[in-house]
Design a protein around this ligand. Structure first.
Ligand code: MSP
Length: 507
């Protein structure tokens, strides 16, 4: 069975920002890591294009509907490339092949008896694409967007969500790790325990969307349409293969807390109603908050943090996001914070370690790295990393995994200071010791590069190349003594050259 990873599909009425990039990068890190472990992994991301306000927003932009969504979907595709995501497919809900599957999916539930006709009246927030009760509003406004909801009354088709409270609770009992972290599991459970109302799954007043198969005067509710992407994409992502048997239900959905109920309650219920298997796991992470004060201090204006990739490079941003905030919790980011980590951790801890190691190999050994045996103590420290990082990444603890690697980076820096190769180089009698220390540093750095390959893929390749090692990042190589003898090692140029913090002019 394969391993399947998804991000939410993003609304095309907004432009991509660092928050979207955050989930996409997290999913990419796990994907790359799983591939390193030799697992058959499929990574899906994409765009959600049938929002009820899309027709209005498109009109305001003076564009045809399809042209509008094409343009904005392209911006999300670019973001995906910009953050170096290795997704296997990019789904768009306006793809007719998706629409077809949405129809089939709904028809199945209809035929099994869990969809019925009724009249819906209620308060609707078009930004959330969700109904609210009076009690849920804050001063009469949408609690998430602070805008007045619209009163909507129409004939709709309803999904018998209420009938799934019991099955969902049983599911939660059986699979306590279905929603992670634990406090999000409790939150999802509480939603179900509080009782579930049936939900409307169609819209009579709209044309923009997937037609309801048995009543084409209505379109499918955008959230139902969107959730089904995780299933439909597998059916048509590859022309020659239906990927569903290969990857479903081995899916791990990544999302932020804003859309927990849709994913952890409604989506499993829809799947159960359609007679399909529920997702293996859902990881609900926190919000990335921009520290506006610090942002504005540096530049006199707020910079789009995605633009920081142009200044610092993609790897430093990928690194920083999971270093500064514990994945799962909310966390603040700032330009100052990124700059500081760039200089101290990437520039000094890692970059200098590589510069010094390669410079010493070039200087003391004319660029020849000789094979040696890594001392037992250091070998144990290196060997521990593979297992510990994998264990943390299995629990989606990206921040913890990064810290484990960084402990090794710091350990190697201490090794340089303690073994003082520049002293060994002065004494012919200690030539073997010098060979060993140089090998140990190279070997440790190589292991670090492999362990970091999911987080900072480009940097990882540069480190391996500078040490004359193969590009292979198979997980088994996160171990001591896997370095091969090599020649022609030159002092590596700085991995992370000095950068001026961005100014308004540069941004
Ligand atoms: N279209 C729906 C999702 C449908 S999935 C079947 C949607 N789109 S969205 O564009 O609003 O994206 C929301 C998601 O973007 C969040 O769940 C999260 O993954 C990501 N984020 C957007 N802003 C974010 C932050 N500031 N911080 C963390 N994640 C953020 O909801």
């Amino acid at each position: 069975m394969g391993f399947y990873i998804t991000t939410p599909i993003y609304y095309v009425n907004a432009t991509p920002h660092i928050g979207h990039a955050y989930t996409t990068i997290a999913a990419d890190i796990i994907t790359r890591h799983r591939r390193q472990r030799g697992e058959d992994t499929f990574f899906l991301t994409g765009t959600d294009e049938h929002g009820s306000n899309i027709p209005r927003v498109a009109e305001e932009a003076g564009l045809e509907l399809q042209e509008f969504v094409d343009r904005n979907a392209a911006a999300f595709r670019e973001m995906t490339l910009k953050v170096n995501a290795s997704n296997d497919f990019f789904i768009r809900t306006t793809d007719p092949r998706h629409g077809e599957r949405v129809g089939e999916f709904l028809q199945r539930i209809y035929e099994r008896g869990d969809i019925y006709e009724g009249v819906y009246s209620g308060l609707y927030c078009s930004r959330c694409e969700a109904f609210y009760t009076e009690a849920e509003l804050v001063d009469g406004l949408c609690p998430q967007h602070g805008i007045p909801p619209e009163f909507v009354e129409e004939k709709n088709y309803f999904f018998r969500l209420s009938a799934y409270a019991e099955p969902l609770l049983r599911l939660f009992d059986e699979r306590p790790d279905i929603v992670l972290p634990g406090f999000r599991y409790n939150e999802a459970r509480r939603f179900v325990e509080q009782g579930l109302d049936d939900i409307s799954v169609s819209r009579a007043s709209q044309r923009w969307g997937v037609p309801v198969p048995w009543d084409t005067s209505q379109v499918v509710y955008v959230w139902v349409d969107a959730l089904i992407n995780y299933w439909s994409a597998l059916a048509f992502a590859r022309e020659d293969e239906d990927l569903r048997p290969r990857y479903w239900p081995e899916v791990r959905h990544f999302l932020a807390k804003d859309i927990l109920k849709f994913h952890c309650v409604i989506w499993p219920a829809l799947l159960l109603a359609a007679g399909l298997e529920v997702p293996k796991q859902l990881f609900v992470h926190g919000y990335l908050l921009m520290d506006d004060r610090k942002m504005s201090k540096s530049i006199g204006n707020v910079i789009d943090p995605l633009d920081l990739i142009d200044v610092y490079g993609v790897d430093p941003v990928r690194f920083y996001l999971f270093r500064v905030a514990t994945f799962g919790q909310d966390g603040s980011i700032s330009i100052d914070g990124l700059h500081e980590r760039y200089e101290r951790e990437l520039g000094n801890d890692l970059g200098n370690l590589l510069s010094r190691t390669t410079a010493m190999i070039a200087r003391y050994r004319e660029g020849r790295l000789r094979e040696a045996v890594v001392s037992a103590e250091l070998a144990a420290d290196i060997d521990r990393v593979g297992g510990e990082v994998a264990a943390r990444l299995d629990a989606f603890d990206l921040t913890g995994a990064l810290e484990v690697v960084w402990e090794l980076v710091r350990r190697l820096n201490r090794h340089v200071e303690q073994s003082a190769p520049w002293e060994l180089a002065k004494d012919e009698a200690r030539a073997e010791d010098l060979d060993r220390v140089l090998f140990e540093l190279a070997d440790g750095l190589r292991a670090v590069a492999v362990a970091l390959a999911g987080f900072v893929p480009e940097t990882s390749q540069r480190v391996l190349a500078a040490l004359g090692q193969s590009e292979d990042v198979s997980w088994g190589l996160v171990a001591a003594g896997k370095t091969v003898a090599s020649e022609g090692i030159e002092p590596a140029p700085p991995l992370f050259p000095r950068v001026d913090p961005p100014t308004a002019a540069a941004a």
